[in-house]
Design a protein around this ligand. Structure first.
Ligand code: SF4
Ligand code: SF4
Ligand code: SF4
Length: 425
């Protein structure tokens, strides 16, 4: 079986196809700290792409409450359990977490879904992927256990304490919203498992699509995708998945006027927590330095955004700023070894990070580049023993054509209504 380089694992990895990289790669960052679980993103996708007969159960993007929620139910616990059974006690990371773009999280010493073939049903075929087919029951509840923490107060209003990502004492009761969609993986498990080669990764932007004419509904992709983001449609007897709103990314929708726009679920985000764009990748799928691309900055420079379950091995292109209030061990299982540093950097952001965080959802066009104009210092304090200074810098965003889209400041302007209109809009 060919070997490909997986930079999120910091090592080469077995994969059924030869290494091939797109010209650019679709990617996104979601800031969990600010997601309010409003499901506007979920409904934006639903009302655009999955409102037809046979798609009733389909949520290409969904928001689930962790630790208990999941669509389908327990998807991540089940695949983690399969991987553990395939490689007992050895699903571990080793090495340093700061070793550049080819090895930013150290090295994963365990096995991925492509490296555990003996545990896959019907294991004789070469392109096997560790996975399972969820039951109909498991697809029924898009967010069961909404807002349920792992432990409650032992007596009224006493939530107890436990350690958080920086070792500080925190409430034992916690939960958070995990917004998910297809990760348009660099090494898609859905594509690897399809016996009809009906799934393909576009060379121009890395978007992963299922050719509906070629698909015969064997559901191998549903079984193989560790994120369970390929779904079966009974009325057409084919599988369907998120299409990354490709007409928008291509700039072909009438409202785009030729300029690449962010996807529907990104643009609709009320909490302003989602940012999607395109990044340049090298032949081995590592990211080419593009210092002023906000996604490159958040993932490879500030290192506050981390991949979702990198140990699965698909090299997902969805990244998350982990929540500050959640125990480190839980987060490390989900986002890998970079969690503690990411939380610390987010908690006490430096000047550039604070400016870049203002870029989320100020425009619907894809941000290709940003610049910062320095402003005056407006605040300073000490946070967790570290000095924190806030500057009212201006961050300027440019679209894929190099045109300035908007500029915004770190301090949001405050408008105080005149007393006569205090209660009016
Ligand atoms: S998230 Fe799943 S469906 Fe999407 S590209 Fe990756 S393996 Fe395929
Ligand atoms: S990118 Fe488009 S198709 Fe994919 S989940 Fe978001 S809205 Fe749906
Ligand atoms: S729209 Fe934004 S804030 Fe609301 S649930 Fe989706 S990601 Fe979270």
């Amino acid at each position: 079986m060919p070997s490909v380089y997986n930079w999120q694992l910091g090592r080469p990895m077995r994969y059924p196809y030869e290494q091939a990289a797109p010209k650019e790669q679709f990617a996104f960052v979601i800031n969990i700290n600010r997601c309010i679980g409003c499901q506007t993103c979920t409904m934006a996708c639903k009302s655009t792409w999955t409102f037809a007969k046979g798609q009733e159960h389909m949520w290409w993007t969904n928001v689930e409450t962790k630790p208990y929620g999941g669509y389908p139910q327990n998807w991540d616990v089940k695949i983690l359990d399969l991987l553990e059974k395939a490689n007992p006690g050895a699903q571990k990371w080793k090495g340093e977490t700061d070793a550049g773009v080819k090895k930013p999280y150290g090295e994963f010493a365990g096995r991925t879904v492509f490296e555990s073939p003996e545990f896959v049903a019907r294991g004789e075929q070469p392109n096997h992927v560790l996975g399972y087919l969820p039951t109909d029951e498991e697809w029924r509840f898009p967010n069961i256990h909404e807002d349920v923490p792992p432990t409650g107060p032992t007596k009224p209003m006493d939530f107890g304490t436990g350690e958080d990502a920086t070792g500080e004492k925190k409430h034992r009761a916690w939960f958070y919203y995990l917004a998910r969609l297809c990760n348009h993986c660099s090494y898609p498990a859905c594509l690897a498992a399809c016996p009809r080669t009906a799934i393909y990764k576009r060379p121009e932007d890395g978007i992963v699509l299922i050719d509906q004419k070629e698909c015969r509904g064997y559901r191998k992709c549903v079984e193989a995708c560790p994120y369970k983001k390929s779904l079966y449609r009974g009325t057409t007897r084919t599988s369907e998945k998120c299409i990354a709103c490709f007409p928008r990314v291509e700039g072909l929708e009438p409202e785009c006027e030729g300029i690449p726009m962010e996807t529907r679920c990104m643009e609709a985000c009320i909490g302003q927590v989602r940012m999607q764009g395109l990044v340049k990748v090298d032949k081995d799928s590592t990211w080419i330095e593009d210092r002023k691309n906000p996604l490159y900055y958040l993932i490879h420079v500030a290192r506050v955004a981390l991949p979702l379950y990198p140990q699965f091995g698909t090299e997902p292109n969805g990244y998350y700023i982990p929540p500050r209030w959640v125990p480190t061990k839980y987060l490390e299982q989900m986002f890998g070894p970079g969690v503690q540093q990411a939380v610390e950097r987010y908690r006490t952001p430096d000047r550039e990070l604070l400016a870049v965080l203002q870029l989320f959802r100020r425009s619907n066009q894809i941000i290709a580049r940003y610049e910062i104009e320095q402003g005056p210092k407006v605040y300073e304090t000490t946070q967790n023993g570290k000095k924190f200074e806030m500057y009212n810098d201006t961050v300027i965003a440019f679209n894929c054509s190099g045109k300035e889209m908007f500029r915004t400041t770190v301090e949001e302007p405050v408008y105080i209504r005149p007393e006569a209109h205090a209660n009016s809009i």
